[in-house]
Design a protein around this ligand. Structure first.
Ligand SMILES: Cc1cc2nc3c(=O)[nH]c(=O)nc-3n(C[C@H](O)[C@H](O)[C@H](O)COP(=O)(O)OP(=O)(O)OC[C@H]3O[C@@H](n4cnc5c(N)ncnc54)[C@H](O)[C@@H]3O)c2cc1C
Length: 387
């Protein structure tokens, strides 16, 4: 958002509560041409070299045999690659880390952000791009909460040197899926940390498993000392017995190629899946953007691309408004809410394949085309479907 606003002459400051760099935060990332287009607009060289090619999608049965293949090509990148490119494009003086927003005030002239250290910042517009647990959204609409989807994702990254050589041809060039009862797992290649490295390919597994919210999820998010972390837990604190169980279950339930990745991943990540819809995303001089506004289940692979498209939508609305902020924000609210709702609905639709074991018309072929890193509806990019 900050990069795009600067392209239309705005002065921008990013206030981030975390200290230090966020490059180590994520894992593999499915991306879309729309994200590349936004990055190019900022002046970043964004082409296929920012990721690795996925040649096709394959379904494996429990014994590891290929039972279906669809020739859907894609690019898989990595959180660190996209984050680094966007962060480097922003002058360091625009970024203030260790600044936790606590509240804001607005009147007819401006909006003031108030931070945990007591400091204040005054501006024309406050963009609440503060994620799924957004403070800005909670202040505006405390009743709007993320809704648990009924399942979690386990994820893990395996470095090339740790992946069995016999699997390289499959896991570094294809997305490989395995559908177990009420669950789906897949592997996807992940871009190396930077493109100067000659080797360093990585592969990520994602395993979607039903978990009840009231008892099991809080138990899973309890560390070895008995401390409860709510509905998420920092990966290093996940109890070792949970990881051992995961590996045993993978061996018993998944295709051996994917079970091998579960066995090798050094530090699996546990992510409870939620979706979220905001009934409104513009409030005077304050807007919500990205996950703060809408969260779709990850099956559409749209989180980062949607945040970028929201940012582009806001920038375009501001640029076209001739200084009429209210008109720009009304347009932003209308257009991006429509898009957000559609993507959330799409994520629920794909999620239903898992939790209801519902097979779509077209069966496996359809799931392989639509699942994972593809914001598509009936073969068309979601953005085209909305045009
Ligand atoms: C494990 C995992 C894997 C994912 N994989 C994919 C994928 O493959 N493809 C994809 O497109 N998306 C993926 N996503 C989703 C994607 O990361 C998000 O959709 C995307 O990052 C949303 O961007 P955002 O800027 O809206 O929010 P975030 O990236 O959540 O950023 C919000 C920021 O606000 C900061 N913040 C929060 N509260 C405050 C406060 N009060 N004051 C100041 N700062 C604050 C946070 O520290 C954070 O840095 C994944 C997410 C996870 C957790």
């Amino acid at each position: 958002m900050a990069n795009l606003l600067r392209t239309i002459g705005w002065e921008v400051t990013v206030f981030e509560r975390a200290r230090g760099d966020l490059a180590g935060r994520g894992a593999g990332l499915g991306i879309h041409e729309e994200l590349f287009a936004v990055m190019r607009r900022i002046g970043i060289r964004a082409d296929d070299s920012i990721g690795v090619e996925v040649r096709s999608r394959i379904a494996l049965d429990r014994s590891g045999d290929i039972i279906c293949e669809v020739p859907v090509r894609g690019i898989a990148s990595a959180w660190d690659r996209i984050y680094r490119a966007l962060k480097d494009a922003l002058p360091a003086e625009c970024c203030r880390s260790g600044m936790q927003l606590e509240r804001f005030e607005q009147d007819a002239r401006n909006v003031t952000a108030v931070f945990a250290d007591g400091s204040r910042a005054v501006g024309d517009l406050l963009v609440g791009a503060d994620g799924i647990r957004s403070t800005v959204r909670r202040l505006l609409m405390p009743e709007v909460e993320p809704r648990y989807a009924g399942y979690v994702h386990w994820r893990g990254v395996v470095e090339e040197g740790d992946a069995p050589a016999a699997l390289h041809a499959l896991i570094f060039h294809h997305m490989a899926f395995c559908f177990a009862e009420g669950e789906v797992a897949f592997s996807v290649p992940t871009a190396p940390e930077d493109d100067t490295r000659q080797c360093g390919r990585r592969c990520q597994f994602v395993w979607c498993r039903p978990v009840d919210y009231e008892i099991t999820l809080p138990q899973m998010c309890t560390d070895a000392s008995g401390r409860r972390h709510g509905v998420s837990i920092p990966p290093p604190l996940i109890r070792p017995e949970l990881i051992s169980d995961l590996r045993e279950h993978a061996e018993a339930r998944l295709a051996p190629q994917i079970a091998a990745l579960v066995a090798q991943a050094a530090q699996p990540i546990l992510q409870a899946i939620f979706d979220l819809e905001s009934p409104r995303i513009a409030f005077g001089k304050v807007v919500l953007l990205g996950d703060a506004a809408f969260v779709a289940r990850p099956h559409v692979g749209m989180g980062v691309t949607k945040a970028a498209l929201d940012a582009q939508g806001l920038t375009d609305a501001l640029a076209a408004s001739g200084g009429d902020l209210a008109a720009a924000l009304a347009r932003y609210d209308r257009e991006r809410r429509r898009f957000g709702s559609l993507v959330v609905e799409r994520g629920r639709h794909l999620g239903a394949y898992v939790d209801a074991q519902r097979s779509p018309p077209g069966g496996l072929q359809t799931i392989l085309r639509e699942w994972g890193a593809a914001g598509v509806i009936d073969g068309e990019p979601i953005s085209a479907a909305l045009a």
